[in-house]
Design a protein around this ligand. Structure first.
Ligand SMILES: Cc1ncc(COP(=O)(O)O)c(C=O)c1O
Length: 429
């Protein structure tokens, strides 16, 4: 009776999300938490100060449903300048409570019952329920894995204090599989770049290939999830790396999702943006009217002030250097660990993946400690790691439609302080 009161579409998602589950495990076992993707260092002082100043002067009444005009203006100015496009602050941008509710509004605005949405796996696990809640279906197409490197291969890549990323390390779209899955029901393709969890940045050639393929499917929209657009590594330019929203042939069919929380290392800020053509933004604003209605004005005003302060982009350049360094430090610690892992060098974002196929996991960890259910290899690995090494990471089967691929992978977050990463590496050595 109790469970039957919950809607059918929500029933499969009643249990705790993996992030909650493993953050709880980290607390319970006093582990170093490299699971959930939140920075564990203070968010910038200028943002905190802006929040406290705005709290004293900003109205606490309803605001415009599409966002505070000041934030629409500073967001349009910042993104136009740094992405290299022109955004009309009245028609081509909308604000929501983090990238997550923006994604909900985008899906509500675009998807009809029976539509199909293509995601390139490993893909952020919240897409699937959000797509299903609209009566649509997620089609997961696994990216082609370049090459997993063992310890010796990684050590050969280590030059001048960093792991070199070679061409064969890069994940690629399986174009044949994409062509096979595209059909009249396909309404959307999600392009998450830099990608959570594998740190992939989609390159110019892939975007051109996508544009060629989509010539035959003019009604397909690209949802560019750019939650980590301030963190492409290496030679990629921050904000202005190859992206769908600025691509000559894709921009008009792209709706781009941005997270101010990720940009300012403040995941609790809950401010996000949608930018794109007026025809889609109109729907996003309308959808938002009927769930969020409007966003907390203090947080919006403080975000506007912070974007204005950082308009030259320098703050983000410094942060990018920091994140890239953290990625390299964690990778080095994992290469030097007692674990028999395989590795790839990430191109951006908050996370890196390792392959756990060769790790010997004691039998007992394949049984859930409380429910006694049988666990897949990736979940068993996380329990093994938490219990025997005091470190927590995230299992990757929830990020794959084909669970057999994800069961061999785990995700490690490097958006953490030096002390946290060093302590994790010490425990794993
Ligand atoms: C790929 C991706 N998109 C969207 C989000 C949601 O971002 P926000 O915290 O702004 O809601 C996340 C958060 O982890 C993410 O990893």
């Amino acid at each position: 009776m109790q469970n039957s009161i919950i809607s059918d579409r929500l029933k499969p998602y009643l249990g705790p999300q993996i992030y909650t589950q493993f953050t709880q495990l980290a607390i319970q076992k006093e582990c170093v938490n490299l699971g959930q993707g939140f920075p564990n260092y203070p968010s910038p002082q200028f943002l905190r100060q802006a929040i406290s100043e705005e709290a004293l002067v900003e109205s606490l009444q309803y605001t415009s449903t599409s966002g505070l005009p000041r934030l629409l203006k500073s967001g349009a100015e910042f993104f136009s300048k740094h992405i290299g496009i022109s955004i009309d602050s009245e028609k081509e941008i909308s604000i929501g409570a983090g990238a997550q509710t923006i994604l909900v509004s985008v899906f509500q605005a675009i998807l009809n019952k029976g539509d199909e949405v293509i995601c390139f796996d490993p893909s952020f696990d919240v897409y699937k329920p959000m797509i299903e809640f609209q009566g649509a279906k997620q089609i997961g197409i696994a990216l082609k894995i370049g090459k997993w490197n063992n310890k010796e291969e990684m050590l050969r890549k280590f030059e001048n204090g960093i792991f070199r990323q070679d061409k064969e390390d890069i994940w690629k779209i399986d174009l044949d599989s994409l062509k096979y899955h595209l059909n009249d029901k396909t309404k959307m393709i999600i392009l998450n770049s830099p990608q959570n969890p594998n740190g992939k940045v989609y390159d110019q050639e892939e975007l051109d290939q996508l544009a060629d393929i989509l010539e035959n499917y003019p009604n397909v929209v690209i949802c560019e999830d750019a939650a980590y657009h301030h963190l492409p590594f290496g030679d990629y330019e921050i904000f202005n790396y190859p992206r769908s929203i600025s691509h000559k042939r894709l921009s008009k069919k792209t709706i781009c999702v941005i997270s101010a929380g990720k940009m300012f290392s403040a995941t609790g800020l809950r401010v996000g943006f949608a930018i794109g053509p007026e025809s889609i933004i109109k729907g996003v604003k309308a959808a938002q009217t009927y769930h969020l209605f409007c966003l907390n004005p203090i947080m919006q005003a403080a975000t506007a002030k912070s974007l204005e302060l950082c308009m030259d982009g320098q703050y983000f350049k410094e942060k990018r250097i920091f994140y890239e360094k953290q990625a390299q430090t964690l990778l080095k610690g994992l290469v030097e660990s007692r674990l028999n892992l395989n590795y790839m060098v990430p191109s951006g974002g908050y996370f890196l993946l390792t392959d756990i196929s060769n790790v010997e996991i004691p039998e007992q960890y394949f049984i859930h400690p409380d429910t006694k259910e049988t666990l897949s290899r990736d979940f068993a690995f996380v329990y093994y790691l938490a219990n025997e090494f005091g470190v927590v990471c995230i299992p990757m089967s929830p990020y794959y439609s084909d669970k057999r691929i994800g069961e061999k992978l785990v995700r490690w977050a490097f958006c953490k302080t030096d002390e946290t990463i060093q302590e994790a590496c010490r425990r794993l050595k």
